[in-house]
Write a protein that binds this ligand. Sequence first.
Ligand code: CTP
Ligand code: MG
Length: 233
Amino acid sequence: MGSPRHIVALVPAAGQGVRLGEQLPKAFVPVGGTPMLTLAVDGLIASGVVDHIVIMAPDALIDAAVAMLPAGPVPVSVVAGGVERTDSVRAGLAAAPLATHVLVHDAARALTPPSLIARVVAELVAGHPAVVPGLPVTDTVKAVDADSVVTGTPDRAGLRAIQTPQGFDARLLRDAYAQNLPATDDAGLVEMLGAPVRVIPGDPLAFKITTQLDLRLARTLLADNPTRAVVRP
Ligand code: CTP
Ligand code: MG
């Protein structure tokens, strides 16, 4: 008998949002009157598959994040994030010692449907050690050199644009982070250990709010469906 399943969602929310260019750090910027971080946490709770949530917030906004927490059946903690996203995730992992499975889910993917979160967890508990959502790439992608000269055109059919939540066996993610290697996403660290990473179909609504255009899209979508955050899968 293994230990009972304990699924912890780590929510990186400590970025500054430089590309968005708002006054507040991005996770605290409202969409339809509600901060992105709150929407993301609401989505995780609505999925019904998360036992504990750990938010990694900017140092100066920890109290603000605590004040935004929902009172409900899922305990939520807030810890300080770090300079890079990987530093923030590492801080979250340290605050989740009991996790058997970990989801890492960007606050900036505020409109992620709870059904996608539930699908990632279903694959995880079915025994896949690393599960990430991904969508087919619609633009042609080119590799370029330092002078912006094209060096190759990978076959688009074999490419996926990866979203969050990314789900992992907790021990695997801890081992990956213990390597202290650079990577742009958590699955990238796991890949370096040689572990299989399974891609499942993503959801267009799990897009990351990065620029003003993304923010306008998110605000329009919420205005069209203001109850999105409480819809259950
Ligand atoms: N993040 C974090 N800690 C960091 C950097 C990013 O927790 N040191 C979080 C962000 O808050 C966001 C998610 O990681 O929810 C994805 O990062 P990104 O979209 O790059 O957000 P920002 O870093 O805030 O934006 P930018 O890169 O434009 O400054
Ligand atoms: Mg960033």
